[in-house]
Design a protein around this ligand. Structure first.
Ligand code: AMP
Length: 423
């Protein structure tokens, strides 16, 4: 008996019917990010496990429960990348990408892997587009890069997004806040879920991120980082917000926003969509001023973000895709053997001249070929039968108005190029 295989739980195929959205996201990212001076970097799919454990943090959910870690044949512990920043930092230090006279700006895109409980909007292989800037602490960069991200979503036609922003402080002020939070939660420890009981001592800020209602209740009225930020962090945050104001970018301050990765210092943000269910964050990021040093590089402040492509794809409307449409430009309907041969040649001539074409390979009736043409969403169909062949002509049918004109076969490339330019 043959076995019918299925993709692994939480892992999916991206089928041709959806691929346009994905190409649209990728193409638009390249266009927008390159306008802001970013260059692409392609990082490996797997790394030594320490690259992730050291940067993301030993006590985060990602490292504790979600990484796909395995030993290779020489016994080294390797991990499929759960995110991109750690690898970009590793590459930045390894290849001395420091740019003393200016900042370095890099972007990446591709699959990430986390062994999470699969649900709508949460997959085990998912896709991110990310960007990182190295070499400045200037809050202008925080605002500029968030601005780039908002422009990107605008270009995708996304609406009803909310930028939530916080500053998580630094090594100087965050420990004080951590202590105050532990002190506050001490008496409520029994209310916390099993995971948060563990987080309580090891990583109490993460309790803010827990979805359990009891944990949510327990943190009500708790101290927040707002009252603990040092002067430096306070002024950095205020400046970031004022630069966002200058860019006309609306935001909501969320003092309980923490991220699932421990490397963030100062600015942390998320973009949430009102059009999604409980997994509503479509991008997140922030500042990580210590990470390059931890990877053995020189002190290099940095800022970055990652966009969740799977969730973003869900929000893209077909109308936003029209400019990027990959529907064939022309359908060729051939009637009879001679016409079929002509269509075979003609479609290739059109393609050589940059015009996409589709046709029917089944020798179907004209009616059914026109139905197919409509399904492809073409604006024009060229109809060829024996009569047209004898005259050296084709019938050019405008699919929306059903108007038909004769077109000279000799001049067909020229005619179609002109018509398609008019669209
Ligand atoms: P993070 O790397 O955790 O900061 O996530 C950045 C973005 O990636 C999130 O806002 C999500 O949109 C997306 N994301 C993270 N984890 C998953 C997942 N398991 N499935 C789908 N998207 C994800």
């Amino acid at each position: 008996m043959t076995t019918k295989y299925q993709a692994i739980k939480g892992v999916k195929d991206i089928l041709p019917a959806e691929i346009e959205k994905w190409q649209f996201m990728e193409k638009t990212a390249r266009e927008v990010f390159e306008l802001y001076g970013f260059s692409e970097i392609r990082i490996p799919i797997f790394e030594r496990t320490e690259v992730f454990t050291r940067s993301i943090g030993e006590t985060t959910d990602i490292v504790e429960k979600e990484m796909y870690t395995f030993s290779d044949r020489s016994g080294d512990s390797l991990t499929l990348r759960p995110e991109g920043t750690a690898s970009v930092v590793r590459a930045y230090v390894e290849h001395n990408l420091y740019n003393p006279s200016s900042v370095a700006k890099l972007y990446y895109m591709g699959p990430m892997f986390r062994c999470e409980r699969p649900q709508a909007g949460r997959y085990r292989q998912f896709y991110q587009i990310g960007a990182e800037v190295f070499g400045t602490e200037n809050p202008e960069i925080d605002a500029d890069v968030i601005g780039m991200l908002m422009r990107y979503f605008e270009r995708l036609g996304l609406k009803e997004l909310e930028l939530q922003i916080n500053s998580l402080g630094c090594d100087e002020c965050r420990p004080k806040f951590r202590e105050a939070l532990i002190e506050f939660l001490k008496g409520k420890r029994s209310l916390l879920c099993e995971d948060c009981q563990k987080r309580f001592e090891r990583n109490p800020l993460r309790i803010f991120d827990c979805k359990s209602t009891n944990c949510h209740e327990a943190t009500k009225g708790s101290p927040t980082i707002e009252n603990y930020r040092c002067e430096g962090c306070k002024s950095h945050f205020d400046s970031t917000l004022s630069y966002l104001d200058r860019l006309n970018i609306q935001y909501a301050k969320n003092p309980k926003l923490v991220r699932g990765l421990d490397y963030y210092t100062k600015t942390a943000f998320e973009i949430v969509s009102k059009g999604l269910g409980s997994q509503n964050a479509i991008a997140g990021g922030g500042r990580y001023d210590k990470l390059v040093e931890e990877f053995g590089g020189p002190p290099t402040p940095a800022f970055g973000f990652a966009i969740g492509m799977d969730r973003t794809a869900q929000l893209i409307q077909p109308s936003a895709l029209s400019l990027h449409a990959s529907a064939p430009h022309v359908f060729i309907a051939a009637l009879g053997e001679r016409a079929d041969l002509k269509a075979f040649e003609l479609i290739n001539v059109l393609r050589q001249n940059g015009i996409r074409g589709e046709r029917d390979y089944e020798g179907s009736s004209l009616k059914s070929q026109l139905r197919k043409a409509n399904k492809f969403g073409v604006k024009y169909t060229l109809i060829i039968g024996d009569k047209e062949l004898d005259k050296g002509k084709a019938i050019l049918r405008d699919m929306s108005s059903a108007q038909q004109d004769e077109a000279d076969m000799e001049r067909i490339v020229e005619i179609m190029t002109k018509k398609l330019r008019e669209r």
